[in-house]
Design a protein around this ligand. Structure first.
Ligand code: GTP
Ligand code: MG
Length: 333
């Protein structure tokens, strides 16, 4: 009897429910399910399951028999439960493996649709769904991936793992107030006095459908010393790894001179645009966007400019299939 193969369908991180997909011959699958279910689930049906090891109960969960050759186990998603369940599966002869997409998503009609379902679970950005929704039909229309498709797929990686966006600028221009306005909650302390933000404050933001790891940096000081110098060097390191640097200032505060960073896009944002001197100030001409966190204006424009710098309109509108698996030529069905 060939052993059952299994894989996590959820990441090995704390979560409410973990999902394990099992794939194998019906007889092997049934033997494994019998070890945890008092009543075997019928095809398309569910059953309660119970896992125990030498330490006692691991967890109770639900087993689903998706097809004759695949099933899913759904225990709670604690990391310790996942570790013990992995050992339980191993002790029952199941082998952890990379399962084909169709084994992970048996409800999908084709390998391409299943690959798209895998990516939908992997991508942090909701914009990815626009490209994945009709992926199988796109592959059929597009044919094998071209060099241009692979270059586009490289750029579209920004939809998979959130890129880093930092906001940098002089102290007290409103960087943290803007951060809170974009997050729609208080994540960063704001104050009338300069030097309020001492440590970088990270927050995951959705900017026009693209998830980013936004970092509110401490204000740039002319001659930082001591603890401010340490904070500045941490901020510089974070900025060096960012894909987008939002350079922020306020009327009358001037634009800071930042050293160019390879591969990063600099976007100049004039903050406090509600002030009476905002339109006439010398900083205005060099700003790509003007925003007022206080009056919630210009926030959408800023999100749009950043999103376009990360993922272009052209790449999103391209009707060809997203070659997310690199140079693996699409399978001809
Ligand atoms: N008029 C106006 N004032 C604002 C706006 N946003 C922030 N401010 C004011 O600007 C001051 C500084 O705000 P912060 O958000 O703490 O500024 P910061 O750039 O994060 O400051 P540091 O952390 O010290 O670098 C506060 O007094 C805010 O009320 C805005 O949109 N309009
Ligand atoms: Mg601040």
């Amino acid at each position: 009897m060939t052993p059952v193969q299994w894989a996590w369908s959820t990441p090995m991180q704390p979560g409410a429910i973990a999902l394990v997909t099992l794939h194998g011959e019906p007889i092997a699958l049934e033997a494994l399910l019998a070890a945890c279910c008092r009543r075997l689930p019928t095809e398309g049906g569910t059953a309660r399951c119970h896992f125990a090891d030498a330490l006692g109960t691991i967890d109770d969960g639900v087993a689903v028999r998706a097809s004759s050759t695949s099933a899913m186990l759904m225990p709670h998603g604690g990391v310790r439960i996942a570790q013990r369940l992995r050992a339980w599966l191993c002790s029952h002869g199941a082998i952890e493996a990379t399962l084909p997409d169709l084994a992970l998503f048996p409800e999908c009609a084709s390998p391409h649709a299943a690959a798209a379902a895998r990516m939908a679970g992997r991508c942090a950005s909701r914009r990815a769904l626009e490209l994945l929704r009709d992926h199988a039909a796109r592959v059929e229309r597009s044919g094998p991936a071209t060099a241009a498709d692979l270059a586009r797929a490289q750029r579209l990686r920004a939809l998979i793992d959130p890129p880093t966006v930092v906001i940098a600028g002089p102290s007290n221009v409103g960087k943290s107030t803007l951060t809170n306005a974009l997050a729609r909650r208080t994540v960063s302390v704001t104050d009338d006095s300069a030097g309020t933000t001492r440590d970088p404050v990270p927050v995951r933001l959705d900017l026009d459908g693209v998830s980013v790891d936004w970092i509110d940096l401490p204000g740039l000081l002319d001659a930082p010393s001591g603890i401010d110098a340490s904070a500045a060097s941490i901020a510089a390191r974070l900025a060096a790894n960012a894909q987008v640097i939002v350079v922020a200032t306020a009327p009358g505060r001037g634009w800071p001179e930042l050293a160019p960073i390879a591969g990063a896009t600099f976007i100049h944002a004039l903050l406090q645009a509600d002030r009476h001197d905002a339109d006439s100030c010398s900083e205005r001409a060099h700003a790509s966007v003007a925003c007022s966190a206080r009056q919630s204006t210009g926030l959408h424009e800023l999100a749009l400019v950043i999103r376009k710098a990360l993922v272009s309109d052209e790449d999103l509108a391209d009707p060809r299939a997203w070659a997310f698996d690199g140079d693996q030529s699409p399978i001809v069905e």
